[in-house]
Every structure is written in structure tokens, then in C-alpha cells.
Design a protein around this ligand. Sequence first.
Ligand code: MF3
Ligand code: CO
Ligand code: CO
Length: 251
Amino acid sequence: MRVACRLAGEVLDFITPYLRPGVTTGKLNDLCHDYMVNVQGCVPAPLDYAPPGYKPYPKSICASVNHQVCHGVPGERALKSGDIVNLDITVIKDGFHGDSSRMFYVGEPGIQARRLVEATYECMWRGIRQVRAGARLGDVGAAIQQHAEQQGFSVVREFCGHGIGRKFHEEPQVLHYGRAGTGLTLEAGMIFTIEPMINAGKAAIRELADGWTIVTKDHSLSAQWEHTVLVTQGGYEVLTQSAGSPPPPSF
Ligand code: MF3
Ligand code: CO
Ligand code: CO
């Protein structure tokens, strides 16, 4: 898991310089695909992934732009200055999954976009910092929800973090909202993702006709960051950190 997760982070490091005005999300997909397959010797987990009720996902990464919340399907859309983009990378290495996503600014972001992206990053880290053996999953959700709502933003309810290992999505579900002191008690050795989706407007979402792309109902901006995290006795180990990961925020 340590190897797979570091490799997921390294795909994000690799693709970072390509997030410039004019590049299409399809081109970013193709670059990441080739890097995962030919450089890392990995399998891109999203490609042909078909959970119950979904048709097979057609691409190797997710690219969600502006009001797209998650699972944006890469295509001919060219990025332009001011866009905010989430790239979500999941690799399979020797049968193990590593899952991580980051936000990117294309050119110069607007003030609200920057506030949302930074607040969402802090939400993820506030969640991560709750993790230790003996803590409850509700502690993670509550920390995230509290910070998001205190900033005037809202937490998407329909998608959550997840256990991960030999399977892409396993138990437990890691909600990004909730009440401290409730929910599953964490044990050392558990591995799951924390991946809050935070909207600048209302929390409601809608699925596009492609059967995958999720957007905000009110077309407000949405941001997401994701790490895969190991529970340890005294705390946590963030497995998807790599050389290019932005540092944790200072609280
Ligand atoms: N990587 C996403 C997650 O964090 C899942 C994407 S599923 C896909 O759970 F099929 F859209 F790739
Ligand atoms: Co995930
Ligand atoms: Co992901």
C-alpha cells in the first residue's frame, strides 16, 4: 500500500506542469495514462471500473473542472485561465490501490476560487489530524464539516471517503460530516481515504447524462482534495504524500 499510494502521488507530481491554459482534459488523461502504464508499471484503476449501477468508466483519471464536483470524464474541453481543476488518480500496483487527488489553478484564480480551494485543503487536513487508534470516524467527519460550514461553504453528502486496499472501494464509508464521538472506532492498520468535496454554494448535486460527471445543482464552484491514510497507534501516516505534495496547512 505504501508503494501504490506514493506512486499515485507521483502521477500528480508528474502532471502538475501541464495544467496550463489551452490543454484539454483528454490530453491530461493520456499523459497520466502513459506515465502510469509505461513509467510506473501500474494499472489505472478508473479505466473500465464499473461499480453496481454504473457503466464502465471510459478514462484513466477523473478531471473535474469548476462546478464539477467529482468523476469528471476527460475529453475535448480546453482549460482556460481562472479554471480550478481536480485531478483524481488511482493506481493499482501489484494488486494494491493508491488513491489521491489535488486541486490545480489554471493561470490566476479568482478570490472566491482560491478561498474555496484553500478551505477544502484545510478541511482534508483537519480530518486527517483526527485519525489515530481509538478515535471515531465521526470525529473525522465533524472536523471537516465544522471547518467547511464555518467558512460559509457546504459539504457534499452523496460521496464519501472509503476503505481501500486490494479493492478500490471497501468498507468503511468515511463521511465528511457527522458528530464527534460517534461511528466506527479506528484501529491501527486500517487504511482509508479522506476526500472532502466542498461547494461554494449549496450542497445539492446532480449527475450529468454521461452517467459519471457530478456537478453542483446551483452551478457554484466545488473543490476536492484526497489522501489515502493509514491508522497508527499514535496517529496516522499519509500514504499518498510524494515529493510534490503541498505541505500541510499551518493551523
Ligand atoms: N478516485 C475516485 C475516488 O476517490 C473514484 C473514481 S471512480 C471512477 O473514490 F470510476 F470514476 F474513476
Ligand atoms: Co477515493
Ligand atoms: Co480518488
